[in-house]
Structures are given as C-alpha cells and as structure tokens.
Design a protein around this ligand. Structure first.
Ligand code: NAD
Ligand code: MG
Length: 390
C-alpha cells in the first residue's frame, strides 16, 4: 500500500487525483486530505477514501469539519499550522494542488519527508524554485511535474540528456479571449474570463489563462524545473490544446507530447511514475481532428509574457514578487476593482517599484524573506489599484 496525501483535495486537480485513486482504493493508504471552504466535499472524500486526517485551511471551519466527521474516527484539523503538520506526516506520494503561494510551505514540508511531491502548484516554483529544488535534493525527495506542459516535457526527456536540448516549446490555448478583437478586451468581465475553451480548471488559473499570466508562470516554471536558460524557452499559441509541449534537440529533432485535454493524464503519469499504467482518459483521433494550428503569441495582447522574461532576467526574489503581485491583482479583478487589461500594468508597476530595492529582491531565498517580498508586493499592488480607481 502506498501512503498518499492530497493538498488542495477539494479543487479541480485534487478531485481529478481522487478520481484516479478511488479506482483502486486497496492500493492506497490515504494519510491526509486538505481543502478550504467546501467542508462537505472534504468530509465525504475523507470518508470514502478512509483518510486518517482531514484539514481545512480555515480556522473558523474546524467545528463544521468536526461535525461532518463525527463518528468516523477521522481526525479533523484547521489552519495553516495544521496544513504544515499534515505535510510532516510521512507519505510516499504527496499531491501539491493548493492554488497560489499558500502551497509553498506545505510543499516544502512534504519534501523534507523525502518522498515524492507531485507538483501542480506552479506558484511555489515561481516563488521559490531554487529553494524548493534544493530542499528536494537535500532530503532525497523527488519532484514530479503535474502541469500538463511540464509533464509533457518531462515525458519527452525520458532517456535524454539535458545537454542535448536546444529549446523547449510550451503551447498555450490562448484562453477565453484568443479570438476577441484587442479593443474589446478592456471590457471583458470576470464571468467571460472564467470560461476556458478547452480545459475545465479552477477559476483562478482559468482567468490566468485568458490573460496569459498562467503561461508567464509556466515559462518561469520551465526555467526553474528543467534548469534551461530563459532564451531557450518558447511559447506557441495552439488553439486545439492537443500538443502540450515540444522539446527541440541539437540534431534538429522535435519531440512532441500529444493527448486529450484531461489533467488525469499528467496526474496519472506522476502517480504511476516511473511506470506507465493504463489511464481512463480519452484517446486522440487525429484524423477526426484533421489539423493542428500554431502561431506566435501577440505580445501586445499578452504583456504577461514579457514580464516573465524580465523576472527571470532580474532573478532573486523577483519571482515571489511577480507571483504575489499577480495574485493580488487577480483578486482585484475578481472583486471588480480593476479591468481585465489593467492587470498587467499593475503587476509591471509593482515589479518596477520593487526592482531597485536590492535589500528585498537580492536577499537570501529564505521563507522569511520570501514572505516579506510577497507581503510588500501585495500591498504595492493594492496601492496601484487604488490609485488607478481614484
Ligand atoms: P482550485 O481552485 O480548483 O482548487 C484549489 C484548492 O486549494 C482547493 O482545495 C482549495 O480549498 C485550496 N486552497 C485555496 N486557497 C488555499 C489556501 N490559502 N490555503 C490552503 N488551501 C487553499 O484550483 P486548481 O485549478 O485545482 O489548481 C490547483 C493548482 O494546480 C494551482 O496551482 C494551479 O495553477 C495548478 N494547475 C491546475 C490545473 C487545472 O487543470 N486545474 C492545471 C495545471 C496546473
Ligand atoms: Mg499548464
């Protein structure tokens, strides 16, 4: 029996992970499940999977969770320290699927136990890639990518030497507004941005796909995870979302990874790695699809891509600043404080204001310094949004 824990179990990735695990419950010993406000779902899944522990991120919901688990023998806990404590419980495989920078500390704690971390939470690589990879190395832990593009790259690299890699191409669907005239983007609503043409995902990553902030995070994720130079990472808009990524080698060969748009493929690959097991995902009918399209992204439409390159060039804690400013600005868009096209300007202004603050950006990559950079970035984003609203 493999001991598994799922962080962010109630979300989109968490539910897909549970779907796979629940197919062979006898193979897994579920250590901990964590969630947020959806107590009913968290409790139901904990009971169904026979989890030892269920944790909600919200202190105020502890009584609700306890009530939902009464008589089941499943331990209930709440709050950030309970999440960290859950991550410290030994497990062979841990899914990191909390959304946002909040996923960093539980992920690091899980790595300290030396098992395998299946990493959907790209924000932790953007915020603290070098720290995360160093903690994994120091504890003999394994990090496996779960983002579809990064799982695709990882699979294309099996048996290859990184020194033979010339470039990596990640694809982008273009998100909800890829076919909108540029002038209309200004009036795009939260509802419109929350609908992805190809993938069913959590609301935040769906909006980030429309603005390409998601792709911006993924460029940095590629750089941090695979250790490839920023100028060797390319983005292609590919509206069909069937080719997830391509790796170009020095002999000119391109290895592409294709599959239907179903995250259970990438999750299942990380779950079964290094084996490749049967998965309940659809099979591609290429003749039925007929054609695949690719084009260069329009930088005027997607300034987030340029910002990602500036962040990688600046280095240090600028990834933490970028991610935090992006999260705060996304909160602002969802709350109606700023328009869709205003988001990139706010993030850029925060990066500019903090970029010259060497004490902050070039400080050692410790959790305390990351938290400080994150905090300053969020309050500056707030200030920038207030100024624009005035
Ligand atoms: P989601 O919003 O559907 O779920 C997020 C989960 O995190 C929920 O369980 C929620 O309760 C929990 N959570 C939210 N805020 C929290 C906090 N402050 N502390 C603790 N827990 C918290 O998100 P999702 O779409 O499943 O995405 C999860 C992660 O996976 C993100 O990092 C996202 O970028 C990444 N990812 C998602 C997809 C996808 O298809 N959904 C694809 C690639 C990568
Ligand atoms: Mg992705």
């Amino acid at each position: 029996m493999r001991r598994v824990s799922i962080f962010g179990a109630t979300g989109s990735i968490g539910q897909s992970t549970i779907d796979l695990i629940a197919r062979t419950p006898e193979a897994y010993d579920v250590v901990a499940l964590t969630g947020g406000r959806n107590i009913a779902r968290l409790a139901d899944d904990a009971v169904r999977l026979g989890a030892k522990l269920a944790v909600t991120a919200h202190d105020g919901l502890l009584d609700d969770l306890r009530a939902a688990l009464a008589g089941t023998g499943i331990e209930a806990a709440a709050g950030e320290s309970a999440l960290i404590e859950a991550a410290a419980r030994p497990a062979d495989w841990v899914m990191s699927a909390i959304v946002g920078a909040a996923g960093l500390r539980p992920g690091l704690k899980a790595l300290e136990q030396g098992g395998t971390l299946a990493l959907a939470n790209k924000e932790s690589l953007v915020t603290a890639g070098p720290l995360l990879m160093e903690v994994a190395r120091a504890h003999g832990a394994t990090v496996l990518p779960v983002d579809s593009e990064h799982s695709a790259i990882f699979q294309a690299l099996v048996g290859e030497d990184m020194s033979a890699v010339e470039r990596i191409i990640i694809t982008a669907s273009g998100g909800a507004f890829r076919d909108w005239p540029l002038a209309d983007l200004e009036r795009a609503t939260v509802k419109e941005a929350s609908h992805h043409p190809n993938w069913a995902m959590g609301q935040r990553i769906t909006i980030d796909s429309a603005s390409m902030f998601n792709k911006a995070l993924e460029i940095i994720e590629t750089h941090e995870f695979f250790g490839i130079a920023p100028e060797r990472i390319e983005v292609l808009v590919h509206p069909e979302s069937l080719v997830h990524a391509l790796v170009g080698f020095r002999d000119g060969a391109l290895m592409a990874h294709l599959g239907v748009s179903d995250m259970r493929h990438a999750i299942g690959y990380a779950l079964n790695w290094p084996a490749r097991e049967a998965l309940p995902v659809g099979r591609l009918d290429l003749a039925g699809i007929g054609q695949l399209n690719f084009r260069h992204p329009d930088e005027a439409r997607y300034p987030a891509l340029r910002l990602a390159r500036e962040v990688m060039a600046r280095g240090g804690l600028s990834g933490a600043v970028f991610n935090a400013a992006k999260e705060a600005t996304l909160d602002g868009f969802i709350a109606g404080r700023i328009g869709f096209t205003g988001m990139a300007g706010v993030v850029e202004a925060v990066l500019e204001r903090i970029g010259s603050n060497e004490g902050l950006i070039d400080a050692n990559m410790t959790l305390d310094n990351i938290r400080a950079a994150d905090h300053v970035a969020r309050s500056l984003a707030d200030e920038e949004m207030r100024e624009r609203a005035a």
